[in-house]
Design a protein around this ligand. Structure first.
Ligand code: URP
Ligand code: ZN
Ligand code: ZN
Length: 454
């Protein structure tokens, strides 16, 4: 089956031009600029993309589908999560394998991969989380890399946090393997002290979730992580960066030539900590929490100056009832918010409004995650030989986000009422139409596992 997408404005991270894209057997067979098109090119179907942008499918490099949290799990399983992703023009997601203490990394991978294989509607890969660091784990990392997990994540907080020594060991081992270390960077001792102080004085509303993990908690964490990476001489990827202080640490390290990538999330770019003062503040509880206006501005500056390399969602939603359990006590609120359906439409809307260029949105959501996470042979760019993961985007279609139109299993969205300028109209995954005009057309299990290179 050959498909020809004609007369669209093709946008990659490096260039943008009017032209045609020919798709055959799930791959991009050819891309022609206007004037150089092959007049003899034939197709079974032709789509006229005049007035539309033709973009690579987005890569959401940070999601948590069916993530266990105490005795509940995040509300979207691999089916609902990837259905929502597909309807937000995301054609690839990267989730996490999180082994239990003592469990082999490869055993945990097999179980997680099976769940995704049966349900995923878009292509998927995994980062390997390391909730404990032992000799066996260090040894098994080699097998994880061979199985396509070229990135390893550690946490500086939560019960499964690593010590500085374990973090350094992970960085050194990743360096040896040519893999990438990712980190959730929040200073555990500082946030624990603040949390205890607030609990002792009965300050347990959602506002104090933010107050217990303020800007300084992230800044200390990011600084420490960067110092350890510098000592190990290893590259570092900081997930969900949310603060001006953390941003400044990343920018400083990059100025000195250190390889540090920072990811931020749309919730940190759009909302500010004021949401935690709202009556429904618990619905916005995530870690790190959404910060103040000053931080939001710093993140947008980082996007413009290259300090931010990727935007991904940390999609980890819980239902209203699950969130409500923590309304009076932030320590009982399951952490995480939704966004995989909103990531690319939001960033493209910001581009459409003139804040960034469309090419920048593609760089952050498509090309950079593909490059950083070893997917660039097939994903992230519209070019001959790549997978035909293609989005048609109408810059003139206004769209207001509302729960009723979302495709996740969650019963609310933090994005309710947010007005977007422009919206995706069609999404193809490997040449198959998986989304059209608000309707999900994909299939359970159509997503393929993506072993990622180093
Ligand atoms: O609140 C969040 N972000 N939950 C998901 C787990 C994590 O820390 O990324
Ligand atoms: Zn995290
Ligand atoms: Zn996360």
């Amino acid at each position: 089956m050959k498909l020809l997408i004609k007369n669209g404005t093709i946008v990659n991270a490096a260039d943008s031009f009017t032209g045609d894209v020919l798709i055959a057997h799930g791959k991009i067979a050819a891309v022609w600029k206007r004037g150089e098109e092959n007049k003899d090119a034939t197709a079974d179907e032709t789509v006229d993309a005049s007035g539309l942008l033709v973009l690579p499918g987005a890569i959401d490099a940070h999601v948590h589908f069916e993530l266990p949290f105490g005795n509940i799990a995040s509300a979207d399983d691999f089916y609902a999560g990837t259905r929502a992703a597909a309807c937000g023009a995301v054609t690839t997601i990267i989730d996490f394998v999180t082994p239990d203490k003592g469990e082999s990394l490869m055993e945990a991978f097999t179980i997680r991969k099976k769940a995704a294989e049966e349900k995923s509607c878009v292509d998927y890969g995994f980062h390997m989380s390391l909730p404990f660091v032992t000799d066996n784990v260090m040894e098994e990392m080699d097998s994880a890399v061979s199985a396509g997990m070229s990135s390893f994540k550690v946490f500086m907080t939560y019960a499964f946090r690593v010590s500085d020594n374990e973090f350094f060991r992970t960085l050194s081992r990743c360096k040896e393997l040519g893999a990438l270390t990712m980190v959730h960077a929040e200073a555990h001792d500082e946030l624990t002290a603040l949390k205890s102080e607030f609990i002792a004085s009965g300050k347990t509303d959602s506002w104090h979730h933010y107050k217990s993990r303020p800007e300084s908690v992230e800044t200390f964490g990011v600084r420490r992580a960067i110092e350890l990476a510098a000592k190990a001489g290893a590259p570092l990827y900081i997930v969900h960066l949310a603060s001006a202080g953390g941003m400044a640490e990343v920018e400083e390290a990059r100025r000195y030539g250190q390889i540090v990538y920072a990811e931020t999330c749309p919730q940190y770019l759009h909302f500010t900590s004021g949401v935690y003062r709202r009556g429904d503040g618990q619905n916005f509880v995530c870690s790190p929490p959404i910060k103040g206006k000053h931080s939001q501005k710093a993140l947008w500056r980082g996007i413009k100056n290259g300090g931010i390399s990727t935007v991904a969602t940390d999609h980890c939603p819980f239902t209203l009832a699950q969130k409500a359990k923590g309304k009076a006590d932030f320590t009982k609120t399951p952490n995480g918010v939704m966004g995989t359906e909103n990531l690319f439409p939001y960033m493209l809307s910001e581009a459409n409004s003139g804040r960034i260029t469309f090419m920048k949105a593609v760089e952050l959501c498509c090309q950079n995650p593909a490059k950083i996470f070893g997917l660039s042979d097939a994903k992230g760019t519209i070019a001959a030989g790549k997978d035909a993961d293609i989005v048609l985007y109408d810059p003139n279609r206004d769209y207001t986000i509302t729960q009723a139109d979302m495709h996740s299993d969650v019963d609310y969205t933090i994005w309710e009422g947010v007005a977007l300028k422009g919206y995706p109209t069609r999404t193809y995954l490997r040449g198959c139409l998986i989304y059209k005009d608000g309707e999900f057309l994909g299939k359970r299990g159509f997503g393929r596992y993506l072993p990622r290179h180093l």
